[in-house]
Design a protein around this ligand. Structure first.
Ligand code: ASP
Length: 442
């Protein structure tokens, strides 16, 4: 299985091919932007009829299987754990890990943005210009926030009224809840009654993984198309006035991943960080190219089970939850962005205000959907709370894609670490199963 997904038949590993495609797509996009310009007819033609469609087909193939995959792996995971007490214990551990690491990440981001203060150097005219460019986009996000804001109903709505509708609407939490109930109910049946359904769920899971393998064959082309779309339109022009902000977010994300998370990996979980990251690089490349924790779920499951020795019943339970709840990168991004915009608009925050930003960054990171730009509507909500005009989001939208790609990598790194943490604390992590370097799936 891992062979067919990991290798492309040309002898080159799939993730190497994807990385190459990323570089080629980005270079071509920047070259097109610099020589012809982002709104040149030919560049637009390539985006509309070639790069865009190929990128979308790749993303759609992954999204196509996310719902059946989440449902079957959660139900199987819960049923595999056996009794409900165990489910509660494992779930409690996973959620505590999500929560603690996300809060730590948000605090780290806030400290960085307060030290560097990138918002104070943005000139007034640049601010006005950026807001005018993205005003329309921002209006859409603000509307989305108003219809789907965060409140008590966020929790009530997790209990889906109609799982089929949830699946159709991409309501991941609804499907997770249905999968939990389904798996929990299976544990209450006599084994011989439950077996046919467990076999069906297992078969769905296996089929979906094969489809993922097929989709991943398209990944290099899809990734090249997606990155060409972004770079050909925006080039470097946008990066200049926002360079300070982009640098702080990127630095905080990378430091969190390679320093903070590495310390957790080494001292809390007991795995060498270099071994860890080299075992999950296929999933990280997928996260970077799709900007979606949900679309990366199949790759994360594979990395966790095949390359890190986490048993399927733990990975299948922790990772779907983590792909929507554990977002270390998103909480860093949200905290920094809110403070950055407060600095730009001259909103003075007290230490209490800072604490609210930190808490809201954690809550909204947990509540954000694992899709490209999933956290943006929730971010608009925090901005409104802090007294920053919601339209301020327009300032950062233009550079969000690259930040989204990077924060999704951090989100997925923390998800997979949660699965190892829980497996270890349950005494179910078979460390000897971590294969030596060079023998892993992509
Ligand atoms: N794209 C992110 C993810 O899927 C969510 C976000 O921060 O927008 O993990």
């Amino acid at each position: 299985m891992s062979e067919s997904i990991g290798n492309t038949g040309t002898g080159m590993k799939l993730h190497t091919k994807i990385l190459l495609a990323l570089v080629v797509g980005a270079t071509a996009g920047i070259a097109a932007n610099l020589t012809l310009g982002g709104d040149d007819g030919r560049v637009e033609w390539v985006n509309t009829y070639l790069a865009g469609p190929v990128g979308q087909v790749f993303l759609r193939l992954l999204f196509m299987i996310v719902m059946p995959l989440v449902f079957s792996s959660i139900a199987l995971g819960v049923a595999g754990l056996g009794d409900l007490k165990k489910v509660g214990k494992v779930g409690g551990k996973a959620i505590s890990y999500f929560f603690v690491t996300t809060a730590f990440a948000a605090t780290f981001g806030l400290v960085m943005v307060n030290i560097i203060k990138p918002g104070e150097s943005i000139p007034e005219e640049v601010r006005t210009e950026l807001m005018a460019t993205y005003a329309e986009d921002a209006a859409g996000k603000i509307e989305a926030q108003q219809t789907g804001g965060f409140g008590i109903n966020t929790f009530v709505n997790i209990v889906t009224r109609n799982p089929v509708k949830s699946a159709a609407d991409g309501d991941m939490l609804g499907i997770i809840f249905f999968g939990l109930m389904f798996g929990a109910a299976l544990t209450q049946l006599k084994p011989e009654v439950a077996k046919p359904m467990l076999d069906v769920l297992q078969a769905i899971n296996d089929v979906v993984i094969v489809i993922v393998g097929m989709a991943m064959k398209l990944a290099p082309y899809g990734v090249a198309g997606l990155i060409f779309g972004v770079t050909s339109r925006f080039g470097f022009a946008l990066l200049k006035p926002l360079a300070g902000y982009v640098t702080v977010v990127m630095a905080a994300l990378l430091l969190h991943m390679f320093v903070n998370l590495s310390l957790i990996l080494k001292f809390v979980i007991g795995i060498n960080p270099i071994t860890y990251f080299s075992r999950i690089k296929g999933a990280l490349v997928t996260a970077f190219s799709t900007s979606s924790s949900s679309a990366t779920l199949p790759a994360a499951l594979r990395a966790s089970q095949e390359n890190l020795g986490v048993p399927p019943k733990i990975a299948g339970f922790v990772l779907p939850l983590g792909s929507t709840m554990c977002m270390n990168g998103t909480s860093i991004f949200e905290g920094i962005t809110v403070i950055f915009l407060c600095q730009v608009f001259g909103v003075d925050l007290s230490i209490g205000g800072m604490a609210i930003v930190m808490i809201m960054s954690v809550i909204t990171a947990i509540g954000a959907a694992g899709v490209p730009g999933g956290s943006i509507p929730l971010l608009v909500g925090i901005l409104a709370m802090m007294g920053v005009p919601g339209e301020g989001i327009a300032i950062v939208l233009g550079v969000d894609r690259i930040l989204d790609m990077t924060r999704t990598v951090v989100n997925v790194s923390s998800d997979i670490s949660a699965s190892v943490f829980v497996a270890k604390s349950e005494g179910l992590w078979d460390e000897s199963m971590v294969p030596p370097a060079g023998q892993t799936a992509a």
